[in-house]
Design a binder for this molecule. Structure first.
Ligand SMILES: *Cc1c(COP(=O)(O)O)cnc(C)c1O
Length: 352
């Protein structure tokens, strides 16, 4: 039997997507060729890439609004560097909100290219909350945020208004909730948290913000080059792009972000209610900043740990150990996680 997969990433994908993807690995579009052995310039694959990019803009409601979608290599971690390369002026500066390990890694790369102002940090409490009411220095080239902090289980609910360009790492909550995506100038997300296999990163960028830094940008790091080549400047990660396209199609068929957001809220309420009402458990993140994607919680009575661990293992649950920097447990409940699997976990917490 398939396990209840609570892994933080790479993570659960819709079962029907896995089935379609595995079929295409053997025989893609009835070509009697594998998806991963045809030219990325073939008409069949070009269609996949075009469809993936247009589904992104459609689902985010960014069609015909001056945005481009790209599927790049290098992981979200390469975007930590590409963002300043493309947006930070020579001798410029950028503001970063430090909400965890991923934000810290992002700002470290930006420091290679210019001045970085950390506008606020929640490091003092091991990143268990989202700092608010910080001020953004005038004249910065952009403000960088991490919308969902995968490790700590926190999520930004309200995004600051700013005159600076707004850049957001949405690796672990993209396509999970309704937002006005036009408030962002650049969004990036590693595929492996909510969209597809590891190996591709989605970038959504407003075209008219590019080409203004006065900086020489290496070709592979230059968003304008990738846009001009329709995300095919070099061989794209064909399999991750294909699976991402299938997942986006699955999401569209179920009613898009509006529909999945309702389900995600119900899923999160189910498990947070148990955490709050069960005296054996406590949430790791402050309530108002809790993530609807990564639910972090602690067992208050260590003597029950062995029993609890055995119970969830016996029930076919996988991937709920917390990140080493937080401890306890982390249930990642991304888009493809069925509410039935969460119910299995909640029943065990209840019985403990
Ligand atoms: C996982 C993760 C990353 C890193 O992604 P890679 O694709 O491994 O580089 C960056 N940001 C966030 C928020 C993440 O969850």
């Amino acid at each position: 039997m398939k396990k209840h997969n609570f892994s933080a990433g790479p993570c659960i994908l819709p079962q029907e997507v896995l089935k379609q993807a595995s079929e295409a690995v053997l025989n893609f579009n009835d070509l009697n060729l594998s998806l991963i052995e045809v030219s990325h310039r073939s008409a069949d694959f070009v269609k996949v890439m075009d469809q993936a990019r247009s589904l992104v803009l459609e689902l985010l409601d960014l069609e015909n609004k001056g945005y481009s979608a790209l599927f790049l290599g290098g992981g979200a971690s390469l975007e930590f560097l590409m963002t300043p390369y493309n947006l930070m002026k020579e001798n410029g500066s950028a503001a970063y909100l430090d909400t965890g390990a991923w934000s810290s890694k992002a700002l470290k790369e930006a420091k290679l290219l210019g001045e970085v102002e950390v506008v606020a940090s929640s490091k003092d409490k091991n990143y268990n909350y989202i700092p608010k009411n910080f001020s953004i220095p005038a004249g910065v080239d952009y403000l960088h945020l991490t919308s969902n902090n995968t490790i700590y289980g926190t999520q930004i609910k309200e995004f600051p208004k700013t005159d600076a360009l707004l850049v957001c790492d949405m690796s672990s909550d993209i396509f999970s909730r309704k937002l006005d995506f036009t408030q962002f100038d650049l969004i990036y997300a590693g595929a492996q948290k909510n969209m597809g296999p590891a190996g591709t990163t989605l970038v959504v960028v407003k075209d008219d913000i590019l080409g203004k830094t006065g900086r020489k940008i290496p070709s592979m790091l230059d968003y304008q080059i990738h846009i001009s080549k329709d995300s095919m400047f070099n061989t794209p990660p064909v399999f991750p792009v294909y699976v991402s396209m299938l997942t986006l199609q699955w999401l569209k068929n179920m009613g898009g972000i509006d529909a999945i957001e309702k389900i995600n809220i119900a899923k999160a309420e189910l498990i947070y209610n148990e955490i709050d009402n069960n005296p054996l458990f406590e949430g790791a993140a402050v309530k108002q900043d809790r993530s609807n994607m990564n639910v972090t919680f602690l067992l208050k009575d260590e003597s029950k740990k062995e029993r609890f661990d055995q119970m969830w293992k016996d029930a076919g649950i996988s991937g709920i150990n917390g990140h080493r920097s937080v401890g306890g447990y982390r249930a990642s409940i991304y888009n493809a996680m069925p509410i039935e699997s969460i119910q299995v976990l909640v029943d065990i917490m209840h019985k403990l």
